[in-house]
Ligand binder design. Structure first.
Ligand code: ZN
Length: 343
């Protein structure tokens, strides 16, 4: 039993705006929650829906049957639509009219469309018809991270509310809470809040990212070790090691992201901008990277960008990494030769 509002971190001004409008009965019938993914827009949509449907009090009691049903995602008065595969097709939009034709005694009915920009043109047209004449007490909440991909016809009929990435302060609160949870599990271990500072920076204001970094702390260590050895020109890996680390695409992309960030960090230090370094806990490794010329760091970074494209283009991930290592070795050979010539 819970008020969904309490599970949202940050976005206080957006939530206040919405709840005030709801209380004063001038909440627009079609809303669009815009902003990057992973920062809590969907949670905000469900929390607003709970508030609209609560039978007892404003903003929501969290205890009535209606509130509980919303929390369990079992409410008859909410229709949740999201892409199936790459698109939201017209087949997913059609049930809206059936949903609205049903009799309901609820104070409101809510249609939440996640990743609305992924509607194909037929789906968007179909939605447009309902948006033009929304029945009473029906609320549409569209969620989108790519506003410009939404047809103007849709955009002009919704009230756009922008959600910004979470601030460092909000992420710190989340971080402390999750640390407490972890501590409960590992009794006796001292917590060191400052050692996780990098996680907040690496998350770039996204809760999803934060979770990802937290869950993959070990993968990050391995990723850095691998790069460390490659930079030192050591025999960088065994095939088994590599395939273990980058066995699936998602993890391969994560390793790639770790490298991009640490290489960027090294560049930042060279540019005397140590304050914006993300992986502050990696001082030793950063010292090693710092010894490389700026041009080399930059080329390494470019190579990781190409690697990312390769991985997204569904090149076999072990092959893609192997290819990168080959290029890095060539690069270093060339550099060593040049150094020898100069020397
Ligand atoms: Zn309630």
């Amino acid at each position: 039993m819970a008020q969904l509002l309490n599970s949202i971190y940050g976005h206080q001004s957006q939530l206040k705006k919405l709840l005030d409008a709801k209380k004063n009965k001038h909440l627009p019938h079609a809303l669009l929650f815009a902003g990057p993914s992973g920062i809590g827009r969907k949670k905000a949509a469900w929390a607003l829906a709970q508030s609209l449907l609560c039978e007892k009090q404003h903003p929501a009691c969290g205890e009535c049957s209606s509130c509980i049903n919303v929390e369990r995602e079992k409410s008859q008065d909410i229709l949740f639509i999201q892409p199936e595969g790459l698109y939201i097709k017209v087949e997913s939009i059609r049930p809206i009219s059936r949903f609205l034709a049903l009799q309901s005694f609820a104070p409101a009915r809510v249609i939440i469309i996640d990743s609305a920009h992924q509607m194909n043109p037929q789906a968007a047209n179909s939605l447009l018809k309902t948006l033009e004449e929304p029945p009473e007490n029906v609320y549409f909440i569209l969620i989108s991270s790519h506003l410009s991909s939404l047809p103007v016809t849709i955009r002009s009929r919704v009230q756009i509310l922008r959600f910004l990435p979470l601030g460092a302060k909000d992420l710190h609160i989340v971080m402390k809470m999750s640390q407490k949870e972890e501590q409960k599990k590992i009794t006796g271990e001292e917590s060191q809040p400052e050692s996780l500072e990098w996680m907040v920076k690496a998350s770039q204001g996204s809760m999803d990212n934060f979770e990802k970094w937290r869950e993959n702390k070990d993968v990050r260590e391995q990723a850095f070790n691998l790069l460390k050895r490659a930079v030192r020109g050591e025999e960088s890996y065994t095939f088994g090691e590599l395939s273990d680390l980058v066995k699936n695409r998602e993890q391969a992309l994560f390793v790639c992201l770790c490298w991009q960030q640490i290489l960027r960090d090294a560049c930042m230090i060279k540019l005397n901008s140590a304050g914006s370094v993300i992986h502050q806990d990696q001082k030793k490794f950063l010292n090693v990277l710092e010894t490389l010329p700026f041009g080399t760091l930059n080329t390494f970074f470019q190579k990781t960008m190409e690697l990312e494209q390769d991985l997204k283009g569904y090149l076999d991930s072990v092959l893609a990494f192997d290819n990168l290592f080959f290029q890095l070795r060539q690069l270093q050979k060339k550099e060593n030769n040049q150094m020898e010539k100069r020397g």
